[in-house]
Design a protein. Structure first.
Length: 746
């Protein structure tokens, strides 16, 4: 029997509504949900193509165990978990909790059970070795919020529905669909700003898909902080600031004024290449526009001072009078009583707070309990107390996503135990002792807690699974419960949790992600308050009565700032010493041998490293290529389609080049997530992007340093934008060029 089931996509943050056509418990197709209140019939190619991932013949559907010859064989779950448990207990006995670690990738964030059960397990274990994709993506946002608001999870988002002037820095929402912001149909939302007489200005080194539809302001990579400082300089220097109101909201105003006085537009233009008169006009516009906001994302995150830059984005909104007001940068609200008290309590937990624990290698801070993934390889290979000996990797492929993947690839073979929970064999779990099959998003129910405060229109949606798990796939939280049981006699708190899990299961009240989500829904905005609010929402009521989701408020509410701030004085702190020290790092990084600057870019048909095995997303003979300005190419004797060597101070890669005027001269863009080298089990990904020098594309992170000294100091972020590079023609005739995956010091 064929039927349509309402659900939603969980690849990226808009969480677009989907209709799944199912026949005999098989996913037949996916299409956009026209009745979804926000996405209204929109879905990107990745979402529509997900049927091919669910049904991919390359999916891991049974537990796999490494054989002596390095291949994998199917084993039962019982066999796998018994051996994993025994070896895990042995590592714990010999090395303690600090010998065990976990890395979770981006898809984990889109599964409530995966995220919260992993956090519970690692916190009860007490290990410092928790890593995530966040240190290549978003951790600087949490740290900036920690310093500014005392609340690391506070994240102002632009009020897309009502803003009249939106400045987008280092973000490409037409392709990414928004990040640290959930706004389905964001392209429509941006165009609506123009339609109502407003402006959208995109500050970016590349004439991105978003910039092509709006105003483009080119900028030199990794100079966003200088532009923001110049905007602040003009606001204060031209007496545009309501200082009385500002001092009521923030501390450190005089310190800020003293610092920005040194960054006039005339003094920064040689670095940013943004003309002084343009900066002055923009500063005035941000203050005088009735509703304006500045929004920045990945391009502002991955430079040498990503945390400072993020803090300055909020500071510009604050000083211009555009923070926590209608049409400005606003704060979402879960609507749960006592949120501020809860965050304040968490700030006292060492594993949660920024200053609570630092990494063994590099002495870098942890962010929301996670250490910088860039040092993971060195934590494995460096002897001594706290050396990482057993590693779980879930929904991640860090060999392709962290800097210097070759270093990590070699280090993984030194572990006493490595276990992967994934839907594919990939370049990372090629080194695993066990690969355990995980469910896809359509084989589990969910209500995504992490994104509830990020919707530009407050919204809630829950879903049941639309099909049963394929093969023997299991949800990650159920596997984690078994790991808890395995360590229940070794770790006291694991023992307590194991008893609770056992008792709840025996009485038919298993504690699971749905029960947890139901509590949040009942307490939150629109919830039934456990029966006190008639007609209010519950998890089951969302699924049964509102399968397409429901809008719980027409717009974001202003006036949230005071309850968002956790600092005792209820003020934004602009003068935290750690932030002020970062101004010393705003110096030019010049090397005449490496005159170009590298930036990353997201492709509309790629989601990091894990969607290159879907035929629909590989149509047209896709080639992984570097984007380069024709002037830079002519100077180097490079023509369209030539094979080139891209070289940094840390390594080199080889790939084709595409010439385009849609990028600033002096800048080269290379999409991330490629570099499939045949070691994984996905056949199409390994053969994709075929060129004369091979297939699978090139791993741009081979150009990025994993040296702790090169990481951003406040969030441990990898420096992935504005990296000095040079590009030269690959001399195929001599055969002198190394293979495309060679990583060499230069």
């Amino acid at each position: 029997m064929r039927e349509d089931k309402v659900t939603y996509c969980r690849i990226c943050e808009p969480l677009c509504g989907m209709i799944a056509t199912v026949e005999n418990d098989e996913l037949v197709s996916l299409r956009p949900d026209k009745d979804h209140p926000l996405s209204k019939g929109f879905a990107c190619p990745k979402g529509i193509a997900f049927t091919e991932i669910v049904n991919d013949p390359d999916r891991v559907l049974h537990p796999l165990r490494r054989t002596p010859d390095g291949d994998f064989e199917e084993v039962s779950w019982e066999t796998a978990m018994a051996d994993i448990g025994e070896r895990l207990r042995d590592v714990h006995k010999r090395h303690g909790s600090s010998g065990i670690g976990w890395y979770f990738g981006n898809p984990a964030t889109f599964s409530t059970g995966h995220t919260l059960w992993t956090a519970t397990f690692t916190n009860l274990l007490g290990t410092p070795h928790v890593y995530s994709a966040g240190s290549q993506d978003v951790n600087q946002r949490f740290v900036a919020s920690h310093f500014l608001y005392g609340n690391p999870v506070a994240a102002p988002i632009p009020d897309i529905n009502r803003v009249d002037l939106l400045v987008i820095m280092g973000a490409n929402p037409v392709v990414s669909h928004g990040s640290v912001m959930s706004s389905p149909r964001i392209r429509e939302g941006l165009n609506a700003i123009n339609a109502r007489g407003g402006r959208v200005i995109v500050v970016d080194p590349r004439h991105t898909e978003t910039a092509r539809e709006h105003e483009w302001l080119p900028i030199v990579p990794d100079t966003d902080a200088l532009l923001l400082l110049s905007l602040l300089h003009v606001m204060f220097d031209d007496d545009l600031v309501d200082e009385e109101a500002l001092r009521r909201q923030a501390t450190g105003v005089d310190t800020l004024k003293r610092i920005v006085a040194e960054y006039s537009p005339e003094s920064t233009t040689s670095r940013t290449d943004v003309a002084a008169d343009v900066v002055r006009e923009l500063a005035h516009a941000l203050v005088t526009a009735e509703r304006a906001a500045v929004y920045g994302r990945i391009g502002t995150s991955l430079g040498r001072t990503g945390t400072l830059t993020t803090a300055l984005l909020d500071t510009v909104n604050l000083v211009a009078g555009n923070l926590d007001v209608v049409g400005g940068a606003m704060f979402g609200d879960l609507g749960i009583p006592g949120q501020r008290v809860g965050v304040t309590a968490l700030q006292r937990v060492p594993t949660f707070t920024w200053s609570g624990r630092r990494s063994r290698i590099g002495n870098l801070p942890q962010v929301l309990g996670t250490a910088p993934a860039s040092v993971m390889a060195k934590e494995i290979t460096t002897p001594g107390r706290g050396q990482l000996r057993a590693l779980f990797v879930s929904a991640g492929n860090p060999v392709l996503s962290v800097p210097n993947g070759a270093e990590l690839s070699a280090a993984l073979d030194e572990l006493d135990l490595m276990v992967s929970l994934d839907i594919y064999r990939n370049e990372t779990n090629a080194h695993a002792d066990y690969i355990l099959p995980a469910t896809t998003m359509y084989e589990r129910g969910d209500f995504l807690l992490p994104f509830q405060a990020l919707f530009t229109t407050p919204f809630k949606q829950a879903t049941d699974p639309v099909i049963s798990p394929r093969g023997e796939a299991r949800e990650e939280w159920t596997v984690i419960n078994e790991l808890v049981a395995a360590l229940s006699k070794s770790v006291p708190m694991m023992g307590v949790l194991h008893v609770m899990n056992t008792v709840s299961s025996r009485i038919g009240r298993t504690w699971n992600p749905e029960r947890l989500s139901d509590l949040v829904i009942r307490m939150g905005l629109g919830g039934n308050r456990f029966g006190l609010r008639r007609g209010g929402l519950t998890y089951r009521r969302l699924v049964r009565d509102n399968p397409h989701g429901t809008v719980v408020a027409d717009n974001l509410e202003p006036g949230q700032l005071r309850d968002t701030i956790v600092h005792r004085d209820r003020k934004i702190h602009l003068d935290e010493p750690e932030l002020l020290a970062e101004f010393n790092r705003l110096v030019a990084d010049t090397d005449p041998r490496l005159p170009l600057r590298l930036i990353g870019m997201r492709e509309i048909r790629s989601e990091n490293s894990w969607q290159h095995n879907a035929p629909m997303l590989l149509r047209g003979g896709r080639t992984h290529a570097a984007r380069m300005h024709p002037d830079d190419a002519t100077e180097r004797g490079i023509a369209e389609g030539d094979l080139v060597v891209v070289r940094s101070a840390h390594g080199q890669i080889e790939l084709p080049v595409t010439l385009t005027d849609d990028i600033k001269a002096g800048v080269v863009a290379v999409p991330h997530g490629w570099g499939h080298n045949g070691s994984g089990g996905w056949t199409r990904a390994n053969s994709a992007a075929a060129t004369e020098i091979g297939s699978g594309g090139a791993n741009v992170n081979a150009l990025i340093s994993s040296d702790p000294a090169d990481l951003e100091r406040l969030a441990g972020m990898a420096n992935m934008t504005g990296v000095p590079i040079e590009v030269t023609l690959l001399d195929a005739a001599t055969g002198a060029a190394p293979s495309r995956h060679t990583v060499s010091a230069v």
